[in-house]
Structures are given as structure tokens and as C-alpha cells.
Design a protein. Structure first.
Length: 234
């Protein structure tokens, strides 16, 4: 069982574990009870009524948060020639081909958030799949990270594009804001997350689609939300 520090335990005492919090109250409380010295992220755990073992109930995709994540996304691009130049111009942090692959292979280097590759590079990138795959860093056509339009995807990632995928338990975990954001921006970011998931609702999923939603700050206690606001977006 995880053991928490005094600050966490003191904050947790102020949370009613049986209560379903309204969105505004939960956001205000998450901000108030955050005790980290750094600008903590605000995370959501969204339990969907889906069975990811069935292909027609897999929920995955990406979205652009209206106010970004409040954190710089470090982007690696595997590309050559004009596509490499376009990635650099768009603001990619690391751009290359054999040199980056060699660095990842030799040093097990994965100090980045997202990897993008042009289709012609995937044969080489596939060789480092055993390193990137377990960390969720492998470029994937379904998420738009395998593309010749590297400038567009790099700009989106830098602007706060977030990728998500339901796990085996039917839960989506993602960071969608920072504690330093004002409450309205936090709310609008979360509403964008929920409305995106509502649009992706599989036809075969059963009601209620949104089973549970909770939000928390880094190292802070979680607040269970009343899901009525989410159901209204369906």
C-alpha cells in the first residue's frame, strides 16, 4: 500500500470520499489543496463503460486543449532532407535520422515526450520499437505521428496537443492543465477533453458511457466528479 506524506494526508482529510463534487467546486479544491513547490499538473482519470478487448470499443485519439497543458512538449522527429528542415522550422526539439536512432540504441535515450516520423523512416525506426514501444513513444499513423506533414503535427504538439488511449480497465489517464491556470481555463480544458470523448463514443458501448471521472493535482488527493455535466455532452 502506498504511504503518503503529512501534506497529502492533511489535504486528504478535507476531501469527502463519498461525495460527488460539482465541476467548479472540484477545480477550486484541487487548486487550493495543491501543496507542491512546483507548478503541479492537473490530471484526470476517466472511467468509460467500454471493453477495450473488443476492437469496436477501443477509444483513442488526440485533441488540442484550448489553453494548452502549461508544459512544453519535447518533440523528436525522424526525417531527412526537406522534411527534416520543415520539422526544425516548426519548432521540433530534435530532428534527425541515423544519428538519433544511434543515440537511442546506444544510450537508451528517451528524454522526450513525443516521437514523429515520416513514413519512409519507419523501417529504421521500427528497429528501436522495443525501446520506444513500452514507453508509449513509438510513432503511430493512427495518432498522426507518422506523416510527411511534419510541420503541422509538430506545431500541434507544441500548442498542447494531447494523445490518449483507454487502458485495459477502460480508464483514460491524461494531464490537461496546471495548478497555476485560472479556474475557467482549467474548466474549459476539461470540457474539451470530455466533449472529445463523447464524440468518440463507440456505438456498441452501454450506458452510462461516463462511469466515473476524478481529477487531482500531482501529489494531491483526488476528487470524484458528478458526471451529469459529461452525460449532457453525449
Amino acid at each position: 500500500m502506498a504511504r503518503h506524506g503529512k501534506k497529502y494526508n492533511d489535504a486528504a482529510k478535507q476531501v469527502d470520499p463519498l461525495k460527488l463534487y460539482g465541476l467548479d467546486e472540484a477545480i477550486a479544491s484541487v487548486k487550493e489543496l495543491s501543496s507542491t513547490k512546483f507548478d503541479a499538473s492537473i490530471d484526470a482519470a476517466i472511467n468509460l463503460n467500454v471493453n477495450p478487448r473488443h476492437a469496436d470499443q477501443m477509444v483513442r485519439g488526440s485533441l488540442l486543449l484550448p489553453h494548452g497543458r502549461g508544459k512544453q512538449t519535447t518533440v523528436v522527429v525522424f526525417a531527412k532532407g526537406e522534411h527534416a528542415a520543415a520539422a526544425e522550422a516548426a519548432g521540433a526539439d530534435f530532428v534527425g535520422a541515423d544519428n538519433i536512432i544511434q543515440r537511442i540504441t546506444a544510450d537508451n535515450w528517451t528524454d522526450f515526450d513525443v516521437a514523429v516520423a515520416t513514413p519512409d523512416m519507419m523501417g529504421q525506426v521500427g528497429r528501436i520499437g522495443p525501446i520506444l514501444g513500452p514507453r508509449g513513444l513509438m510513432p503511430n499513423p493512427k495518432s498522426g505521428t507518422v506523416t510527411f506533414d511534419v510541420a503541422k503535427i509538430v506545431k500541434e504538439l507544441k500548442a498542447g496537443r494531447v494523445e490518449f488511449r483507454v487502458d485495459k480497465a477502460g480508464i483514460i489517464h491524461l494531464s490537461f492543465a496546471r495548478v497555476s491556470f485560472d479556474e475557467q481555463k482549467i474548466k474549459e480544458n476539461l470540457e474539451e477533453v470530455i466533449s472529445t470523448l463523447a464524440r468518440l463514443k463507440p456505438a456498441s458501448s452501454k450506458a452510462p458511457y461516463f462511469r466515473k471521472i476524478s481529477i487531482s493535482s500531482t501529489m494531491g488527493p483526488g476528487f470524484k466528479l458528478d458526471t451529469n455535466f459529461a452525460r449532457e455532452m453525449l
